[in-house]
Write a protein that binds this ligand. Structure first.
Ligand code: SF4
Length: 180
């Protein structure tokens, strides 16, 4: 069964991509992160994610960087803290867009690494994903990115490939916190 893997960055996705690639899973990585600012940072994360996909010979797709649309979605939630309501909307928007893209291509399942970082609320990501799945009819695939040695593997790969590892989650409101 083919699926799409929504990725936010190389550090969060490297261990998952390696593990899935070694299991010969049929998947493509989709980079849809209109939350990330500034544009130079977005490009850096995108290029690093592309690089790690090339290592494991996995297709990499970059969707539109529609930051204005993202701003509209989170309007009124600017003051929310990390893991608050703004983050839930942010996850939902990105997951729903990728599910719509999957549907357009006839791909039935979408997974993500949005909850891999220990700074993220995995239950919140899953909630947003199931809501998007209900609305689009695309199935959400929960994958393991934290347990079973995945965090250790992630650290090794970041070091081995000298991956750029950002200091903040992505949006303008997360820049003062170490959230990745
Ligand atoms: S802190 Fe991260 S998850 Fe939350 S709204 Fe900003 S970019 Fe999205």
């Amino acid at each position: 069964m083919k699926f799409l893997l929504l990725s936010c960055c190389a550090p969060c996705s490297c261990a998952v991509i390696k593990t899935l690639a070694e299991k010969a899973e049929d998947f493509e990585v989709v980079f849809y992160n209109p939350n990330v600012v500034p544009l130079s940072e977005y490009k850096k994360r995108c290029n690093e994610n592309r690089r790690i996909c090339e290592v494991y010979d996995i297709p990499f797709i970059e969707l539109e960087y529609d930051h204005e649309k993202w701003n509209k979605q989170i309007a009124g939630l600017e003051q929310e803290p990390e893991r608050g309501r703004r983050c839930e909307v942010c996850f939902y928007m990105r997951l729903k867009n990728v599910m719509e893209y999957a549907k357009m291509r006839g791909i039935t399942h979408v997974a993500s690494v949005l909850g891999v970082s220990r700074y993220k609320d995995l239950a919140q990501v899953n909630r947003a994903a199931y809501k998007a799945a209900d609305e689009t009819g695309v199935k959400y695939l929960e994958i393991e990115g934290r347990k079973g040695g995945m965090q250790e593997l992630r650290c090794h790969l970041i070091k081995d490939f000298d991956l750029y590892n950002q200091r903040y989650c992505g949006c303008q409101f997360s820049m003062s916190e170490k959230t990745q």
